[in-house]
Design a protein around this ligand. Structure first.
Ligand code: ACO
Length: 423
């Protein structure tokens, strides 16, 4: 069977044959057929907008790999900082490289005092921490004039380090402001997740990091580090394609993540479980979802996964490990009943709707003491490295130009203007 596809323009009889490589054929075939012809593909359902060598995802089989390494192995054996190095560089670090990388990230955890004292203090007392984080990411870039030198590798690497290292500091700062608590400075003797937990929870001298919770935090960071061309990463690439600095691009990516259909879903899951209130109410809730009179079953379904999201499997297992320390989250039973009911219901089975990464992550976050408003922020911290890996790849990609899709104009044709008073 030839690995080609032939497009025929039935209006003119012209044909264009192009190769199919890895299941993809170039859209230039359409241009070659007729330069005034466009493909209508809302939400990019059938469009590969870039080549990428970072993350492999097979949604039908439920497979996720970073740079070829199965997510299950990384979640079991690796650390977030090691995974961050892998995503950015394509290879796992040697011992010496990892030591250097950890030291480099650790030495960029502090933020300028003006970020905290003047910028964050300007927010309204009840500002949402994710809204604050989005703005803080953009504001952070204004402290670094070299941020705009995006074609200088040294400068690019510096901004990458800064963003990875400072996002947890910004996140904890936003949380503490929203709680009216004093800021806790980074402690560079701690691990990446340990430092974050310390900045979140320390009150005076009072905070002991439980190594099991520190590890759980790191596993959650690993699982959220990248997920190829999702809405947030696409926003990063689209804004990055205009050669904006990486802070502004990351702020755009974080804005995309903020939405309830994307990174905001874990918050929505917990709200949904609280509203359901008891396992007795699960059948009625599922009925409402199916009839379309209620909301969607949050934390279920995925644009790409048509199978169990492999991250959901690991998160579910991590949830039990966390509950051993914190005690069981009372919402767990409702979540388990929902999952069991949905997975045996033809509505969900026939539409291939399975738990996604957000279904159980909120329960862990809640057990760890995070308020629901912080959940998307917890997603943004590790996803920063995914955004940056894609940004770096974009800048090196000779096929890329400024993102500029075309439209299918459906408005009216030309009209004569009639002045106010004469209409
Ligand atoms: N509950 C009930 N029905 C659903 C759900 C759900 N969670 N998700 C999809 N469906 C149904 C749709 O109503 C539709 O049914 P129909 O064919 O009868 O019209 C069918 O399944 C296909 O749904 P689409 O909306 O076309 O699927 P799409 O790929 O556009 O949506 C999405 C994916 C947004 C994730 C969707 O499944 C959803 O809204 N899930 C709930 C929100 C959520 O958990 N988001 C987190 C995603 S993971 C992440 O971003 C990190």
């Amino acid at each position: 069977m030839p690995d080609t596809i032939t497009l025929i323009d039935d209006r003119t009889g012209k044909t264009v044959t192009v190769p199919i490589t890895d299941g993809v054929f170039p859209a230039t075939a359409v241009r070659d057929l007729d330069p005034s012809l466009y493909v209508y593909d809302p939400a990019y359902m059938q469009t590969a907008a870039c080549k990428s060598a970072i993350t492999y995802l097979d949604g039908e089989a439920g497979i996720l790999r970073y740079r070829g390494y199965p997510i299950e192995q990384l979640a079991e054996k690796s650390t977030y900082l090691e995974v961050a190095y892998l995503l950015l560089n394509g290879e796992l670090p040697t011992d010496a490289q990892l030591t250097q990388w950890k030291a480099d990230v650790t030495h960029h955890t502090f933020i300028h005092e003006n970020m905290r004292k003047r910028f964050v203090d300007g927010f309204h007392y009840d500002a949402h921490p994710m809204g604050m984080l989005v703005s803080s990411l953009a504001a952070l870039g204004t402290f670094y004039n070299d941020a705009k030198d995006i074609f200088d590798k040294g400068s690019r690497d510096k901004q990458i380090l800064r963003l990875i290292a400072k996002t947890p500091t910004l996140a904890a700062m936003c949380y503490r402001f929203s709680m009216g608590l004093p800021f806790v400075y980074p402690n560079n003797s701690l691990s990446f997740p340990g430092n974050f937990l310390n900045m979140m929870w320390r009150v005076g001298d009072d905070y002991e990091i439980d190594p099991r919770l520190e590890r759980a935090m790191d596993v959650l960071f690993i699982l959220h580090a990248d997920h190829e061309q999702n809405c947030g990463t696409t926003a990063m690439r689209v804004v990055g394609s205009s050669q904006a600095d990486p802070y502004s691009s990351a702020a755009a990516a974080a804005s995309a993540l903020y939405g309830p259909l994307h990174g905001g879903a874990n918050e929505a899951v917990v709200r949904m479980l609280e509203e359901i209130g008891s396992i007795d109410n699960v059948p009625a809730f599922i009925q409402e979802v199916k009839s379309g009179t209620g909301s969607r079953l949050m934390g279920f379904g995925h644009r790409v996964y048509k199978n169990y999201d492999p991250r959901a499997t690991i998160i579910k297992q991590t949830a039990y490990e966390v509950f051993e320390v914190t005690g069981k989250n009372p919402l767990l039973d409702i979540a388990l009943k929902l999952e069991e009911t949905a997975l045996s219901d033809d509505y969900f089975v026939s539409r291939k709707l399975y738990p996604n990464v957000d279904f159980y992550s909120g329960l862990i976050y809640q057990a760890l003491g995070f308020p629901t408003a912080m959940f998307t922020v917890l997603f943004a911290i590790p996803r920063t490295v995914g955004w940056l890996a894609h940004w770096q790849e974009l800048l090196a990609d000779k096929d890329q130009k400024i993102s500029r899709p075309r439209q299918w104009y459906t408005g009216v044709g030309v009209r004569d203007y009639v002045a106010v008073g004469e209409r």
